[in-house]
Write a protein that binds this ligand. Sequence first.
Ligand code: AMP
Length: 303
Amino acid sequence: MLKTSKTRPFPTIPNPTDRVRVVRKIDGMAGIARELKRSGKRIGLVPTMGFLHEGHLSLMKCARPKCDILIVSIYVNPTQFSPGEDLSGYPRDFERDEALCERVGVDIIFYPPDTEMYPDGFQTEVSVKELSRNLCGKSRPTHFDGVTTVVAKLFNIVLPDIAVFGRKDAQQAAIIRRMVLDMNFPVEIIVSPIVREPDGLAMSSRNKYLSTEERRAAPVLHESLRMAKSAIESGKYAFPGPVIEMMKDRIIGSGPFEIDYIEIVNPDDLSTVEKFESGGEVLIALAVKIGGTRLIDNIEIGT
Ligand code: AMP
């Protein structure tokens, strides 16, 4: 629904149920967005693939005071999964997601089916060429093209003034910022901090795949990032190589992990950092497989 409370009155589109309004059709969503814009409302968008956790909710809480109408998209986007990835098994629980959205004051959930997003004949792709090719792009070469294509579509349908993304997916955030700049989307991109479990593991819908044993070992990813942060901040390391080796040893020594990558890059253009320069910022990003589950995490550090 579009709530009718005193603090957030939305008289143009009545909703008799006083619940979060679920919209499944693109025409319906685009029509509402256009009407909201005409009446001068500021639209906030939080794109998600659902199976919501506190990380997602933190983005909604970040967006809520910055907009009049908060729209959350829930869409498990098939084009960002490669064959053999976990598309069919990706966890879903719409009823629970709806209740959580309602709790944090979301106005509209845009929940389109695949037939709406990718009708027969669909063939266009939005691709941010270079930023999409390193880090996660090396082992998931088509992933970010799927992300940018769907996010571009969401921006065109929902017409957000602001969109909030998580720093958990730091490469994704950098790519979206580039896309917005390159394609002149009139959207302010906000990147919100990583929300972690009490033991440091970054929250992720995919944590559900971890066995008890794997879950117990998984916090080593964050521990290795924290260890690297202390090492770099100590000023004893001039070059990234030894820091990365130290992290690899720590992770491999803690369980059955398979390292996809650990890289130290510039947080804006994701270029490899050759040497730590004082007064700079670096991003340490990693992707590690535990059993069949690929987890990512990162940390930003001032040098
Ligand atoms: P997903 O549903 O995995 O596509 O994620 C939707 C959005 O939530 C993305 O912008 C993610 O970066 C963000 N997100 C996922 N996990 C976290 C987390 N632990 N902390 C902050 N943001 C997150």
